[in-house]
Design a protein around this ligand. Structure first.
Ligand SMILES: Cc1ncc(COP(=O)(O)O)c(C=O)c1O
Length: 390
């Protein structure tokens, strides 16, 4: 292991502080390290491996597609891309899809679509995107400009213009910020990287009304909270509103890189041939994987399992000594600690065979697979409680 760590330090750009463990295999809710130790994975690669590690259905779909056809470019038609767009339209209630490569590039597509729509609908001065403080929308320059975390932005100034942020939950601030130049409001229903902070349904519905009144698009960044993680296909479902545009990524292909920007027919029509493009987006292999993910969620009733196991995980975490609050929805939860010691607790949890992460200095994020069992939830909370005691 130390050899690998030394080589990483020598050959990779040092953008991550990694924890000293080398994972070599995965199986359902479990990760296995180079020494054969097993860990319960309650992070799933940051809310990605939602139908479990080495999922046989996904593996088969990918292998079958790899053996038939890997890539053609977007200059031609391929079946998995169209089938996936149809399925996403069906489960989202939105109409059309642009496939990207990850969360950031899905959000870039949404921002460009909003600018295109704004220009066409309300003139060339309508391009601004209003987002929230403590949000996270990606690390490309435009998505970083939309991300309401000044500490992540500072080293990369100047960022592209046309982005402003207001405090979450503050409707007056949002009303004041949305003006003639505003094309879209961009929000997460749960601020994942911001600490797993859910926004109230009342607030979100009021944002929807404001966007309607001002003729501004509402974009939901569902990159982290979507594809079943809150017990709904998309996180706004069950919160009493629908966005005009939504983005998805992370869990959509269970670990293969994919992004999707979804929109209503009316908004999507602002994009014309040549307006936006990608070499890899919508490729047959990732789309075959994503179709298998959606089949797994539907056929194994994983939305229901997510709600049930989410309730169980929340209740058990609430009773752990040292936890002052549990927040989030479904299986995207954070245990808020009585003191800012999340990093040490996460190290100790790893030693106990539990993978979680410190999303804030005082908050530990839990995002287990949607396939997680009741026994695994119990075992994870026991390990977490032990980590807090140690
Ligand atoms: C809400 C949200 N949007 C966008 C992103 C960026 O996604 P990616 O890392 O795939 O570019 C993330 C990643 O954590 C996210 O949580």
């Amino acid at each position: 292991m130390s050899d690998l760590i030394d080589r990483e330090a020598r050959f990779l750009m040092q953008t991550y502080r990694r924890r000293p463990v080398v994972f070599t295999a995965g199986e359902g809710s479990w990760l296995i390290d180079a020494e054969g130790r097993r860990y319960l994975d309650f992070l799933t690669g940051l809310a990605v491996v939602s139908v479990g590690h080495a999922n046989p259905r996904v593996a088969r779909a990918v292998a079958d597609q790899m053996e038939r056809l890997t890539h053609t470019s977007n200059l031609f038609y391929t079946e998995p891309m169209v089938a996936l767009a149809e399925r996403l339209a069906e489960v989202s209630g939105l109409d059309r899809v642009f496939f990207a490569n990850c969360g950031a590039t899905a959000n870039e597509a949404a921002i460009k679509l909003a600018r295109r729509w704004g220009r066409e609908r309300r003139g060339p001065g309508c391009y601004q995107v209003v987002s929230l403080l403590d949000s996270f929308h990606g690390r490309t320059l435009a998505t970083l400009a939309a991300t309401g975390q000044p500490d992540k932005q500072a080293a990369f100034a100047p960022l592209p213009p046309g982005f402003v942020q207001v405090p979450r939950g503050d409707l007056d601030a949002l009303e004041a910020a949305v003006g003639a130049e505003t094309a879209a409001v961009l929000i997460e229903t749960i601020q994942g990287e911001g600490g797993v902070v859910p926004l109230d349904a009342d607030y979100l519905q009021a944002v929807r009304r404001l966007c309607d009144e001002r003729e501004v698009l509402l974009i939901v960044d569902d990159v982290q909270a979507g594809i079943g993680r809150t017990g709904h296909w998309f996180s706004w479902q069950g919160l009493g509103f629908r966005p005009d545009v939504a983005t998805s990524a992370k869990a959509l292909a269970n670990g293969l890189p994919i992004g999707a920007c979804l929109a209503t027919d009316e908004v999507a029509s602002a994009f014309r041939p040549g307006d936006h493009a990608t070499t890899f987006g919508g490729g047959p292999v990732v789309c075959a994987a994503a179709l298998a993910v959606l089949d797994e969620i539907a056929d194994r009733a994983l939305l229901e399992n997510c709600r049930d196991r989410g309730r169980q995980l929340r209740q058990l975490l609430e009773s752990v000594s040292g936890v002052s609050e549990v927040r989030g929805r479904g299986l995207l939860l954070a245990a808020v600690l009585d003191r800012p010691r999340a990093s040490q607790v996460v190290d100790e949890a790893l030693a106990q065979g539990l993978v979680v992460n410190d999303v804030r200095p005082d908050a530990v994020r839990f995002a287990p697979p949607l396939t997680v069992t009741a026994d695994e939830v119990e075992s994870a909370v026991e390990r977490f409680a032990q980590a807090l005691r140690d």
